[in-house]
Design a protein around this ligand. Sequence first.
Ligand code: ZN
Length: 188
Amino acid sequence: MKEIVVWSGGADSTCILNRLAKKSSKQNPVSVYVITTNGDVIKQKKELEARTQLLKEFKKRGYHIQKRNIDLNGYSIAKNQPITWLCGLMPYLQTYEDCNIHFGYIYEDSFWHMREHFVNAFYSLFKMSLTQVKYELFFDLEWTHKNEVLAELKNAKLLHLIWTCEPPTKTERACGKCDKCKELRENK
Ligand SMILES: [Zn+2]
């Protein structure tokens, strides 16, 4: 069974990746799918740097992770992250191996309002691929709150490596004012 994490490099998906990566081995690496879309150039640069640092750290810890980039830059799909992710993932799903696919939505996310549609759309689209393999969707953090995610990352000594600021400054620093910066400050 292959484990796939849809990974942004932010706190929530990194928390799941860390849990799964601990159980990884050379024979059974965890896959991360990184979906990038057009947006703030500095923010993208900082997120990329954070992912690179995290992967370096995971490697140092002896974890086995395979990364796949899905670049949706230039494609206008939807102003809605779950829909964009769903569309981005579909063409890249492997059809020769059973997979568990993990999403880092947490208790506070608005995703739950569209969960049913998302799951239905996923399985309907996947059925069209006429494959015999099984895919199962996991929302590991459904009942987990942001402060718990941040505490887990802090415990794992990973919190300082993530990038969450939404509108970084021109000098590539965290703004210190957005909700994500506030969350981090409160849980440092
Ligand atoms: Zn900020």
